[in-house]
Write a protein that binds this ligand. Structure first.
Ligand SMILES: *[C@@H]1O[C@H](CO)[C@@H](O)[C@H](O)[C@H]1NC(C)=O
Ligand SMILES: *[C@@H]1O[C@H](CO)[C@@H](O)[C@H](O)[C@H]1NC(C)=O
Length: 453
């Protein structure tokens, strides 16, 4: 009886949803309606679920359903409030605003995107993804080489300056690293990374893994001065950056900050490299802003230590208040592994990573998922999936979303190259909820992720 009543209520609710959606298209336009659709769909599913006996469940739906259940049992009101009001309403407001702006534009201009939108709706997911990749994800060759050139010009200036200021500082060749170099950047070529290799002596320094330190975090390391009894303090140039017997990432960053940000003559360098370069103040990173004619590029300067095949970077924004911690980057191994797999079977793993990266960048609820999370996601997926051909683009994309939901559910995505590093540990419960909610909505309607909001 009760069950019947629920079912009838559900039908009534479905009718309301359909009515709402039909009219939303008129009021909000297609983009806005799709967003509203997420909200109503989620509500509908929660209600369906409440009225459904448990034995209805299919095994392969388990991952999705348990997320749903989790939200229903423990966070239903919270989820609805936060998810719908927080994430979705913001987007509806944005869609309404855009709609209003469009109404104020001359008709001839407004017509074209409308037609394109209608056309977009008729495509298969595979076709939509291909189009999204071509129009949203890929950078133009010119933009990439412009950004690379700017970064390299500045690299040369910095290297020369550091050498003249600290001729005895043992540094390797500064070089460009990261996504701008490896073609992993998406949407706009707007950030670059300059690595400053500190040459530390194997015989004088030892790496202490994070698990063995008080923090117990396997993503971090400490660099300890050793053999002090035979080679006293001062033997290594880097001894002046010791704090409590360890090489201090913070002291090194501070000294470089003083030298580079405060002492370098940026106006003069700007005229040499023909764009406006200035340090970004108040940041925990060593960061420069480079303004070109129609471009803006941020350059991060990262001191790195490489000992015993382990690459460590001084990244105060992740190591926080701990002066002696170094962050272990697996970026090089991860991208190399992905390239190797793709090369073997002409696969589209990298294309998947880049598409997901753009999706996350475009979506406020997913913005915290970065290239690091997505590369690891695809590397793990490569262990169970062998078909990475172009034809499988949509399948792998959807599968990646479901896999990610699974990782969010257990709050753990382990690093491909170091299993005990959990790449999701940096997120709060709310962030995890928000990402899970958004991705869950995308399971039934992946297109919601392809709107450039
Ligand atoms: C570098 O110094 C400037 C002030 O001169 C400060 O705003 C910035 O946060 C410092 N950056 C780092 C990484 O310490
Ligand atoms: C280098 O790594 C190997 C294995 O990973 C380890 O056995 C060795 O102790 C490490 N050496 C130093 C100097 O940390």
């Amino acid at each position: 009886m009760n069950h019947q009543g629920k079912r009838r209520g559900e039908d009534g609710f479905a009718a309301v949803i359909d009515f709402l959606l039909a009219n939303a298209r008129l009021v909000l336009g297609v983009g806005g309606a799709a967003v509203l659709g997420i909200a109503t769909l989620a509500v509908k599913r929660l209600i369906e679920r409440a009225g459904r006996p448990p034995e209805d469940e299919k095994a392969d739906q388990k991952a999705m359903d348990s997320w749903e259940e989790l939200s229903l049992v423990s966070a239903s009101p919270k989820l609805l409030k936060k998810g719908i009001e927080g994430v979705v309403m913001k987007q509806i407001v944005a869609a309404a605003k855009a709609q209003k702006a469009e109404l104020n534009r001359p008709v001839s201009v407004a017509e074209k995107p409308k037609a394109a939108e209608k056309e977009f709706l008729c495509l298969t997911l595979q076709e939509k993804l291909q189009r999204y990749y071509q129009t949203q994800v890929v950078l133009s060759v010119e933009d990439v080489s412009r950004a690379q050139q700017q970064a390299l010009d500045i690299c040369t200036e910095i290297q020369g300056f550091l050498h003249s200021k600290h001729p005895d500082m043992p540094l390797g060749d500064m070089h460009l690293g990261g996504s701008l170099l490896d073609d992993f950047q998406v949407m706009v070529a707007d950030h670059a990374c300059l690595l400053v290799p500190l040459q530390v002596e194997d015989s004088l320094w030892a790496l202490i893994p994070g698990e063995e330190t008080i923090l117990g975090n396997p993503q971090f390391w400490m660099v300890r001065r050793k053999n002090l009894e035979y080679f006293p303090r001062g033997r290594s140039f880097w001894d002046r950056f010791l704090v409590g017997g360890y090489l201090s990432s913070k002291l090194i960053t501070e000294v470089l900050n003083k030298t580079l940000m405060e002492t370098m003559n940026w106006p003069s360098i700007s005229s040499t490299v023909e764009c406006q370069v200035r340090p970004v103040m108040g940041s925990q990173e060593l960061k420069l802003e480079v303004l070109g004619q129609n471009s803006k590029l941020y350059i991060s300067i990262l001191p790195t230590v490489c000992l015993n095949n382990t690459i460590l970077t001084a990244q105060l924004e992740v190591t926080g208040n701990f002066d002696n911690l170094w962050y272990q980057s697996f970026y090089t191994s991860e991208t190399a592994k992905l390239a190797e797999l793709d090369e073997k079977d002409c696969g589209l793993r990298k294309k998947c990573v880049k598409t997901l990266k753009a999706v996350c960048k475009n979506n406020p609820a997913l913005q915290k998922l970065s290239g690091r999370h997505l590369i690891n996601l695809i590397l793990h997926l490569s262990e169970k999936e062998s078909d990475w051909t172009e034809a499988a683009f949509a399948d792998r994309f959807q599968q990646a979303i479901k896999e990610m939901i699974g990782y969010l559910e257990i709050w753990c995505l382990s690093s491909y190259f170091k299993e005990n590093v959990n790449l999701l540990s940096e997120f709060s419960e709310e962030e995890i909820d928000e990402m899970g909610f958004m991705l869950y909505c995308a399971v039934s309607e992946p297109e919601v992720l392809l709107q450039a909001l």
